[in-house]
Design a protein around this ligand. Structure first.
Ligand code: ATP
Ligand code: MG
Length: 395
């Protein structure tokens, strides 16, 4: 019996002229992820990537291979499937041999079919009925058919080259292939929102690199490690991610010495944006990404965002902008960053936090405050002192 992995495209299936470029990136990503596990043949047709283990190591690693493929952006669903000739007897024999392993302890199932090869002599309902019957036969009285709410759906697909049988699909990561849509610099804090923002951009195919601002010794080494940990969790999807760490300690100390407290956060955020843009340009990223959501905190009102954006000459993407906190938390749990994000280490933004931050700042007043300290020299120093950490997956 031959078992393969079927990985089904998401949005790439809707692409027209440039579809092959997306497919090429997608398939390269899959091949690179599978290479350490063994030999696989990877082909594609009809909006599906067919992955067949071709050596013993690969066959033994099929579960790991499924995990890898589930984390590839551009894939919406992943199924382990057995392959049969396009002949109903061969299909039924295979169903009896292959399907019972997915039904241990299962009470109900239904059989479904998809027939993209319309020349196949049986219709989809006929195939489903035959496969359902074969499964009932081999399972004896241990399982019942329930077409409305089955525990397991056994799917038979009659495709161009072969027939495939599987017991349902696992979700894929969705989106577009990683790296198919340029590169952006994520402002990554240790909080809940920015890892989610990075994930959402990466899922749209944008290669993501991160910049993190710290305020050592006001912020701790654990706070930095936490951010690197968050980056490595995102690497389950992106495989690698550089994190550029910049100290803003001196900027914050000078701010405190020279400017009105109400403006600390806004002025710091303007420095962070200017520095992030410099890092972005240095590393070939053409946009910034933040985890801001409108109205979430004082620095995220329309007026405050306008004042911070004013210093940047590249697009600033904020994929969380219209999300409620609980929606962001749900996504953070789903991608696995939440537990790390809520570890209680301080962020540079909370050091010297004003008691009454400006929620409706006027640009004129902000500029007057900013002119009170030499941010240019301080930012040059901070930029020169940036340290880059390569984050990667934990084995
Ligand atoms: P998060 O949960 O992502 O920390 P937040 O709601 O706490 O967001 P802020 O602290 O105001 O909001 O930060 C808003 C955004 O600014 C963050 O989502 C992130 O993109 C960026 N940011 C904040 N602090 C830092 C930092 N220390 N380093 C890099 N970026 C930061
Ligand atoms: Mg934060």
């Amino acid at each position: 019996m031959k078992e393969v992995i079927l990985a089904k495209y998401g949005e790439i299936a809707l692409k027209g002229m440039n579809r092959s470029q997306f497919e090429a990136i997608l398939v390269r990503e899959i091949k690179e992820r599978l290479a350490p596990l063994g030999e696989f043949s990877v082909t594609w047709a009809q909006s599906t990537v067919y992955i067949e283990p071709t050596d013993e190591a690969a066959r033994r690693a099929t579960d790991d291979a499924v995990y890898e493929v589930q984390h590839v952006f551009g894939i919406n669903a992943v199924a382990r499937a057995a392959v049969a000739e396009k002949d109903i007897d061969a299909i039924l024999t295979l169903a009896k041999e292959y399907v019972p392993r997915f039904l241990a302890g299962v009470k109900t199932f239904k059989a479904e079919s998809k027939r993209s090869d319309k020349k196949f002599p049986l219709t989809s309902p006929q195939i489903s009925a035959a496969v359902g019957h074969a499964v009932c036969q081999v399972m004896g009285g241990r399982i019942k058919v329930d077409v409305n709410n089955p525990d397991v759906t056994v799917v038979t697909e009659i495709r161009e080259s072969n027939a495939y049988i599987h017991a349902g699909s696992l979700p894929g990561a969705g989106g577009l292939p990683y790296g198919s849509n340029g590169k952006a610099m994520l402002l990554l804090s240790g909080g809940i929102d920015s890892p989610v923002a990075g994930f959402m951009m990466a899922r749209r195919g944008v290669r993501v690199e991160a910049v993190h601002f710290e305020s050592y010794p006001y912020t701790s080494e654990q706070a930095r490690d936490k951010v690197l940990e968050l980056a490595s969790i995102l690497c389950e999807y992106t495989r690698s991610m550089k994190v550029h760490v910049i100290s803003v300690t001196k900027i914050q100390e000078e701010l405190r010495r020279c400017c009105d407290e109400d403006y600390f956060t806004l002025l710091l955020r303007r420095s962070m944006m200017r520095l992030a843009e410099r890092v972005a340009r240095k590393y070939g990223a053409s946009a910034l990404v933040t985890g801001e959501a409108i109205g979430q905190v004082a620095s995220q009102t329309m007026e405050a965002l306008t004042v911070t954006d004013e210093v940047v000459n590249m697009p600033v993407f904020r994929p969380c902008i219209g999300m409620d906190k609980d929606e962001i938390v749900t996504r953070a749990r789903q991608i696995g960053t939440f537990e790390t994000s809520v570890l209680p280490y301080e962020d540079c933004c909370t050091v010297f936090m004003p008691r009454r931050p400006k929620t409706r700042p006027e640009l004129k007043k902000v500029l007057a405050q900013e002119s009170k300290y030499d941010y240019k020299t301080l930012e040059d120093e901070a930029f020169a002192g940036a340290v880059t950490y390569p984050a990667g997956r934990k084995i």
